[in-house]
Ligand binder design. Structure first.
Ligand code: LLP
Length: 433
């Protein structure tokens, strides 16, 4: 359930028409619904209530300070992947002691920063990293809480670029090697073996790969827990969302009429996994990103030109792949709807941005209601891996971000000033004028 829906002819985020926001703040514009963020967090939190658990929001999906604060206020922890992300949590008023720190390439400086700020746990990706964390912890006279990431070798059945739980990719340590790694880690100084972590991939719309991975890993956790006295087992993130029919999926009747069947709801996820996890008697950590933020955000854009070629109808908009790279990068689908609903026939259209690459598109051959120059469109389900993957390609400033709460709205990131794009650049000394 999310809070983007038509009220009359106007597409609204909660109680605010998106056209009002587009007029006020210009485009491209990211709009986030605070109610959706809270609702999705609460639904998952409640579904997992039968086990002691901590939701660590995968902030890589959307790290705006206002989004972090919304979730921090609900008691969320954070799955972080850099010292920068831990600093962001702190800047947003979140608690670094609720941060787990993942990633295959943690530097010594990042490890020291995380230790000084007493993070919850390092999610360790290699033996070399365990040795490095131990060394830094000895130097700082601290005890480092660690969990090793197991690669369960289960195919998540998702896009190749976002699959992480098979031996084809760089993540974690092979299932068969894990016990040896823990035995050696137990001999390293200043480490506390606090748990085990896994994450098999992103945008999983079926519960089965989760079930297979948990079933496979629970016996391993039981053995390791007996030896090392764990606190937690982290089952990672990856809960998929609705991209097709995104707008309808915000409507409760869409679910009750059964069209939402086959979609991975928090209830279905928890109902399947909780009985497998409960016997462990450990705290369960979850690392959802997209599930919390995906359908909580839309990217609003203005139509600049309509261009017809012999074969195609191009709708050229003012947002581009630098604002939302997912279609170019993963061929991903984002529903595209007008801010002001209109009837009439649809036209098969390519929605493209102004960047000089053929990959700069949001949709190909998509039936769209006829639009004209100056109209506005919304790309839905853009709250996860949207703005955070933005770049300055073609010297395009990063977009404005707005948070909506009921009838209130506020800019939570100003549009980047164009001079800021090159603020850290300078001609070489011999080029001075
Ligand atoms: N935990 C770990 C260790 C991860 O690597 C990730 C995502 C998550 C949790 C959160 O996954 P989620 O719940 O959001 O599926 N840019 C891609 C997705 C990359 C996912 C990276 N890791 C996209 O736009 O689809």
């Amino acid at each position: 359930m999310h809070s983007f829906r038509y009220v009359g002819k106007e597409l609204c985020c909660e109680g605010v028409p998106l056209s009002t926001l587009a007029r006020r703040h210009g485009t491209p514009l990211y709009v986030y619904s605070q109610a959706t963020l809270s609702d999705h967090f609460t639904k998952l939190d409640e579904a997992m209530a039968p086990v002691d658990h901590l939701i660590c929001f995968a902030m890589k999906s959307n790290s705006n300070l206002a989004v972090i604060r919304t979730l921090a206020d609900l008691g969320s922890g954070f799955d972080t992947v850099s010292a920068g992300e831990i600093q962001r949590v702190m800047a947003a008023g979140g608690d670094p002691r609720k941060c787990v720190f993942a990633g295959v390439g943690k530097t010594e400086e990042e490890i020291a920063f995380a230790l000084r700020n007493e993070i919850y746990s390092f999610n360790v990706e290699s033996e070399a990293e365990l040795r490095r964390i131990s060394r830094v912890a000895v130097k700082l006279r601290r005890i480092a809480p660690v969990a090793v990431r197991v690669n369960p070798n289960v195919d998540a059945g998702t896009h190749a670029k976002i699959t992480t739980g098979t031996y084809e990719n760089k993540f974690g340590i092979a299932f068969e090697e894990i016990e040896g790694v823990y035995a050696r880690a137990a001999k390293l100084p200043n480490l506390r073996l606090r748990g085990l972590q896994m994450h098999i991939g992103s945008q999983l719309t079926d519960v089965k790969p989760f079930r297979l991975a948990v079933e496979k890993v629970v016996p391993l956790v039981t053995r390791l827990n007996a030896r090392h006295g764990f606190d937690f087992f982290s089952i990672g993130g990856g809960i998929g969302i609705v991209y097709q029919s995104a707008l309808e999926s915000g409507n409760p009747s869409w679910w009750t009429k059964g069209r939402g069947r086959g979609i991975l709801t928090p209830d279905r996820y928890a109902r399947t996994l909780v009985p497998l996890l409960q016997p462990l008697g450990l705290r369960v950590l979850l690392e959802p990103g997209r599930f919390l933020t995906g359908n909580a955000g839309a990217l609003v854009t203005r139509v600049e030109y309509i261009k017809k070629t012999g074969r195609k109808n191009f709708v050229i908009v003012d947002a581009a792949m630098n604002d939302l790279i997912r279609p170019a990068f993963y061929d991903s689908y984002h529903e595209i709807v007008p801010l002001t609903k209109r009837g009439g026939a649809t036209v098969s259209s390519d929605v493209v941005g102004p960047i000089c690459e053929s990959g700069d598109y949001f949709a190909k051959d998509r039936p769209l209601a006829k639009v004209s120059e100056g109209d506005h469109l919304a790309l839905l389900s853009a709250g996860a891996y949207g703005s955070v993957m933005g770049s300055n390609y073609n010297s395009r400033p990063l977009a404005t971000e707005v948070l909506v709460n009921g009838k209130k709205s506020a800019v939570v990131r100003e549009r980047q000033a164009v001079e800021h794009i090159w603020a850290n650049e300078t001609p070489a000394p011999w080029q001075r004028r």
